[in-house]
Design a protein around this ligand. Structure first.
Ligand SMILES: Cc1cc2nc3c(=O)[nH]c(=O)nc-3n(C[C@H](O)[C@H](O)[C@H](O)COP(=O)(O)OP(=O)(O)OC[C@H]3O[C@@H](n4cnc5c(N)ncnc54)[C@H](O)[C@@H]3O)c2cc1C
Length: 399
């Protein structure tokens, strides 16, 4: 049997569900089906992240990240307010611990201002006053950074979508798709669909799904595990802001940060080490096919060559808790080895181009009847509502 629908969405992470919710809000009569291979929403990146509502400090001015993140902060806060999802605007301190970091911090502050983000410089005395347990020479203060629960946010959007008549098919995996002149034909492991338009938001499988539709995405996803620790033995007032290091230009990610969790307590993390399985959360998770695909990709080796020092340092900090702790000690010396308890890891989908470039910005691949979300790394959770609006705008111009 072949099912028909107006729009078929692949992926029940925060981007796919926000897109379903947005498209339905624009046209209540649209017949929208969302396919998710897992038994529920947000089982991958959207349910394994730092839970930070990023203000938009870091992103290249003019980039999609800068634009969507800036719009995403008030949109996320408003959605959480409206639907009773806990969120807190804690503010964040990006702490410089050496003169070189102070210089980079000043440059970062200029970038934040170019992005229209509220940012203040705090001197050493000011930092000590704001956070007595944090050591640093100076800091950037971002008052609009916050925290929330993105898994809950995805669940709520999914519940609203279904309550308004949307159809979510959990436990159903897209296998292939073909664009025809007047529809898109999709095969799953359960059935077939004929959809007028298709959106894919497949996270760690985004490149594979794009290839399922016969398109060459121009990148491959390289999965990076982000390992966290939960903090034990610390007072509830250890810090009142989110504490971040000044990003290391040699590392593509933001650095190990100290985050208050919306459910209580603190975590430190994440680092970034190659994952041996795209959706493998345990250290022992291993997929011969996934690993062979990564190792067989020349873009991976070129990326490694460009980032060799940071790769070695990330691997060492993953293998040794003591080295991991050194990163935290840079700004918080009272945390000890015995305070680091296990906490579930996340796996980032990082798009890498054939020349070894880590694709930084959000990336979309548009064809006659399909719109694929290619690269949606952090801050895509913060940005999910504007990204969904962007997808809906783009889709309106298709067919
Ligand atoms: C460690 C870590 C920390 C992060 N911290 C933050 C943060 O603090 N703030 C922030 O804004 N962002 C953060 N991010 C980024 C953010 O979590 C992601 O950018 C966002 O969740 C991406 O959402 P998504 O819907 O694109 O992907 P996902 O949540 O991965 O969802 C993709 C979905 O597609 C499904 N799927 C894939 N293939 C198929 C198929 N063939 N058929 C059916 N379904 C399929 C998958 O099962 C999955 O559910 C972090 C990410 C990580 C990993």
């Amino acid at each position: 049997m072949t099912n028909t629908c107006d729009i078929l969405i692949v992926g029940g992470g925060i981007i796919g569900v926000a897109t379903a919710f947005e498209l339905q809000s624009r046209d209540r009569n649209a017949d929208i089906v969302l396919l998710e291979k897992e038994p529920g929403p947000a089982r991958h990146q959207s349910g394994h992240n730092s839970g930070v509502i990023h203000a938009g400090v870091y992103y290249a001015p003019g980039s999609l990240k800068a634009r969507f993140c800036r719009q995403g902060v008030p949109a996320t806060e408003a959605f959480c307010e409206e639907h009773g999802i806990t969120h807190q605007r804690l503010g964040k301190l990006i702490v410089a611990t050496s003169e070189a970091e102070v210089q980079r911090m000043v440059t970062l502050g200029e970038r934040a201002r170019q992005n229209g983000i509220r940012i203040e410089e705090v001197d050493q005395a000011g930092l000590r006053k704001m956070e007595p347990h944090i050591n640093g020479l100076a800091a950037l203060y971002s008052p609009t950074t916050g925290i929330t629960d993105y898994k809950r946010m995805t669940e709520v959007m999914a519940e609203l979508f279904v309550a308004r008549g949307g159809n979510i098919r959990y436990g159903e995996r897209l296998l292939s798709g073909q664009e025809k002149p007047d529809h898109v034909s999709v095969t799953t492991d359960k059935t077939r669909y004929e959809a007028q338009r298709v959106v894919s938001c497949a996270g760690l499988h985004s490149d594979r799904v794009i290839r399922c539709f016969g398109q060459e995405p121009g990148y491959k996803v390289v999965p990076f595990r982000g390992e966290f620790f939960r903090l034990l033995n610390q007072p509830d007032d250890l810090v009142s802001h989110l504490i971040y290091p000044v990003p290391d230009p040699e590392r593509p990610f933001l650095g190990v940060h100290l985050t208050r969790k919306i459910a209580g307590g603190f975590t430190v993390g994440p680092n970034a080490v190659l994952a041996f399985k795209r959706e493998g959360y345990r250290l022992s998770a291993f997929s011969p096919a996934d690993l062979a695909e990564t190792l067989g990709y020349s873009g991976f080796w070129r990326m490694l060559a460009k980032n060799a020092r940071s790769a070695v340092s990330e691997l060492s900090a993953s293998a040794s808790k003591r080295l991991y702790l050194q990163r935290i000690h840079k700004y918080c010396s009272r945390i000890q080895l015995g305070d680091l308890a296990p906490y579930p890891a996340g796996v980032r989908a990082q798009a890498v181009s054939p020349d070894g470039r880590i694709i930084d910005d959000f990336l979309f691949v548009k064809t006659e009847r399909c719109l694929h979300v290619g690269n949606a790394p952090s801050p895509a959770a913060t940005s999910c509502l504007p990204i969904a609006q962007h997808i809906a705008d783009q889709l309106a111009s298709i067919a």
